[in-house]
Design a protein around this ligand. Structure first.
Ligand SMILES: *[C@@H]1O[C@H](CO)[C@@H](O)[C@H](O)[C@H]1NC(C)=O
Length: 259
């Protein structure tokens, strides 16, 4: 199952590499290494290489990190080769870059990889990094393929240059939008009309980096707003765990509790 997925990813990548031309702006950065294959003076192919940047955090505390992903990519390549899906003449090279799960480093990492002539970006996984790299890849004309990008902005339409994250492909199975839909469905099923969102801004930061829970709540609010549901929010960031019972009494109390 898992390997099926990696193979899909490789195929996607190959598909893109063939398609990449044009891009979202007139002026192209000069780069003489776009082509997959190099030729000798007689026009004979000498070698073909697909280069992929892997932009991830180099810290195994995160769910998705270079340490965990690089070996998996190697396995995926071996599997795709053994299944005959990757042409034997095509070399696949990965350029790992540590983005520190930080938007600025991710962007610089993307630019550095671009100057190493990459055709495609894998990652980043942290949401703010996907945002900063996703906004520039459409101008670099190289697709960004990520299993991250959970906030609802990334689930919006991405089919033309005018779309913010055009050239970003989400491979993940779940986004914050889907989690919001699960809650909203439960609310409807039970005919519940009031919702209070208590969250810790930086909770779960090993999943999508800084503000993971805040971004989850932002996505939640985006969809709850459209329903006939009264909602309130409270960020427990500055509250000590031992004070949670009091916070629950104050914020939920008999405003949000039922009979
Ligand atoms: C990741 O960290 C390891 C160990 O600290 C180091 O050897 C490796 O060069 C780092 N990789 C990158 C791409 O920064």
């Amino acid at each position: 199952m898992a390997s099926g997925r990696h193979v899909t990813l490789l195929l996607l990548m190959l598909g893109y590499a063939g398609w990449a031309s044009g891009g979202c702006r007139e002026a192209q950065l000069s780069r003489d290494c776009e082509a997959l294959c190099s030729f000798d003076q007689h026009g004979q192919v000498t070698s073909c290489e697909l280069r992929a940047a892997v932009l991830l955090v180099n810290n195994s505390k995160y769910e998705i990190s270079l340490m965990k992903v690089m070996p998996v990519l190697d396995l995926a390549v071996a599997k795709a080769r053994s299944m005959g899906l990757l042409p034997y003449w095509l070399k696949l090279t990965f350029f790992p870059q540590d983005d520190g799960c930080d938007a600025t480093y991710a962007q610089i990492g993307a630019i550095d990889s671009y100057s190493s002539c990459v055709h495609v970006f894998f990652g980043p996984a942290c949401d703010y990094c996907v945002a900063s790299v996703g906004r520039i890849t459409k101008f670099l004309n190289a697709p960004l393929i990520t299993t991250g990008g959970f906030t609802y902005d990334f689930t919006e339409k991405k089919v033309t240059c005018a779309d913010e994250y055009f050239m970003t492909v989400r491979m993940g199975a779940l986004s914050f939008r889907d989690i919001a839909f699960v809650f909203i469905d439960q609310m409807k099923r039970n005919r519940w009309k009031k919702m209070h969102l208590l969250y810790d801004t930086n909770g779960q930061n090993v999943v999508a980096g800084r503000h993971t829970c805040q971004l989850m709540m932002k996505s939640m609010v985006q969809f709850v707003k459209k329903e006939a549901i009264d909602y309130g929010t409270f960020d427990v960031d500055s509250v000590h765990v031992k004070d949670y019972p009091e916070v629950l009494r104050d914020h939920i109390g008999n405003v949000y509790s039922g009979q």
